[in-house]
Design a protein around this ligand. Structure first.
Ligand code: ZN
Length: 425
């Protein structure tokens, strides 16, 4: 009888709800002074101060802790095979948006550490290594780059990303170090056998369906454009309606049109113009120019492409009829990333076994999992967000829900960790 077979007879400990609650509370104390909510942005002093604490918690869970070239905190539990390749990888992020909440990302990192503690206390001998990652800087930073750590690992962080510039003139690489060294954080193709991430839903669907847990069907594709209309500034009192070249009225047609396109398409289709820059932006002046950043999200890549084409066509028509200039650029264009079906099945099977009602749903939000999907089969578990609120101080998830999902995650890790090669994709 080999060591790992003996280990299989031992039952897996349940997650420790209080320990999770304490860890969530402790991490929430690292906040930027003078900010609202729970703000811990990447590169802030609060974030920097929290990293050694996360590393210490990983070490306490029996993990071999290191910080890689880009700044990811990585904890490894060695399997019995002695191979580093083919590890089961779990993780998320601990940075927040400005005025953010206490659960976005943190439940995935602290939940992953709890999984490691459960394995340790259960004396589970897994064949494969387990790797827990707290990815550096998942949220968009002042350089406009998101998922810095997971991009570096997945090999999707480019030199162009490292040269991205902030308003103060600094570039991303100034924060991270030598470019060649950072790009060496990239993992080999066979380093991971599977990537699993636990995260809050950040929307209302689980709560509305009374589901205790969600399984990501994938992460939506995102089309983001930069459209600029140029018109002419005129006196708002003396310029007649017929004489105007109002850039904002042109932009308004696009705002209404993409909302309409998403509403007509129905559930699973969203479109937003969250940012407009109006010049001169004065109450008594006809708007001379408007820059706008429309974005579209869906799992349906054909709809994204069609709607984008329609938006471009409309922008040109509007410009022609209103005597405006128009320019259209792509800010980013990401196709949808479907989750690996056998991983979704694995998570669902363990949720069923624990008696937890689950719901499969696409993720409308970006996650480190999108990057890790380049390396390995992947899946995500979601826990309900109260009232669907996220990226705000009101963000709340019940610790009982987190603990239940950690139970699913741990069982999935044990399954994957004991197996030889993962099932074929
Ligand atoms: Zn997140």
């Amino acid at each position: 009888v080999t060591r790992h077979l003996r280990g299989e007879r031992r039952p897996l400990r349940a997650p420790d709800r209080q320990r999770l609650a304490d860890d969530l509370e402790h991490l929430a104390q690292f906040v930027e002074p003078g900010t609202a909510g729970w703000t811990r942005r990447v590169f802030s002093d609060a974030y920097r101060a929290s990293r050694p604490w996360v590393a210490e918690r990983m070490g306490g869970a029996g993990l071999d802790v290191s910080v890689d070239e880009v700044g990811n905190v990585v904890g490894r539990r060695h399997g019995t095979s002695g191979r580093r390749s083919g590890a089961v990888v779990i993780g998320s992020h601990t940075d927040t948006v400005a005025d953010g909440g206490r659960f976005d990302g943190t439940v995935g990192v602290l939940g992953a550490i709890e999984v490691a503690r459960m394995l340790e206390q259960s004396g589970a001998d897994l064949v494969r290594d387990l790797v827990v990652v707290d990815f550096l800087g998942e949220e968009p930073n002042q350089y406009g780059v998101s998922c810095v750590g997971s991009r570096a690992i997945a090999g999707t962080l480019t030199r162009a990303h490292l040269l991205a510039t902030a308003a103060d003139g600094s570039v991303l690489a100034d924060r991270l170090g030598d470019a060649d060294e950072i790009l060496a954080a990239r993992w080999d193709a066979d380093d991971a056998c599977c990537y699993l991430e636990l995260h809050i839903e950040q929307g209302p669907r689980l709560e509305r369906a009374s589901a205790r847990v969600g399984f990501a069907s994938g992460i939506v594709g995102v089309e983001r454009l930069h459209v600029e209309f140029g018109g002419r500034a005129d006196h708002a009192g003396t310029a007649s309606m017929a004489d105007r070249r109002d850039a904002l009225c042109g932009a308004a047609a696009l705002v209404a049109s993409i909302e309409d396109a998403a509403r007509r398409a129905g559930e699973g289709y969203v479109a937003t113009c969250g940012r407009l820059a109006v010049d001169p932006n004065a109450v008594n002046v006809v708007p001379a120019s408007v820059a706008m950043w429309p974005e579209l999200r869906s799992m349906d890549d054909a709809w994204l492409a069609d709607t984008r084409c329609g938006l471009e066509r409309l922008a040109r028509e509007v410009a022609a009829s209103r005597e405006l200039t128009v320019s259209i650029d792509t800010v980013s264009s990401d196709a949808s990333t479907p989750a690996t079906p056998w991983v979704v099945d694995l998570l669902r099977r363990h949720a069923d076994a624990l008696g937890l009602a689950g719901l499969e749903l696409p993720s409308g939000a970006e996650h480190d999992a999108r990057q890790m999907a380049r390396l390995a089969p992947w899946g995500m578990l979601f826990v309900p967000s109260r009232d669907g609120r996220s990226h705000c101080p009101e963000e709340w998830t019940d610790v009982d829900d987190v603990a239940d999902a950690v139970g699913i995650l741990a069982r999935a890790v044990v399954d994957l960790g004991r197996e030889g090669p993962p099932p074929p994709a």
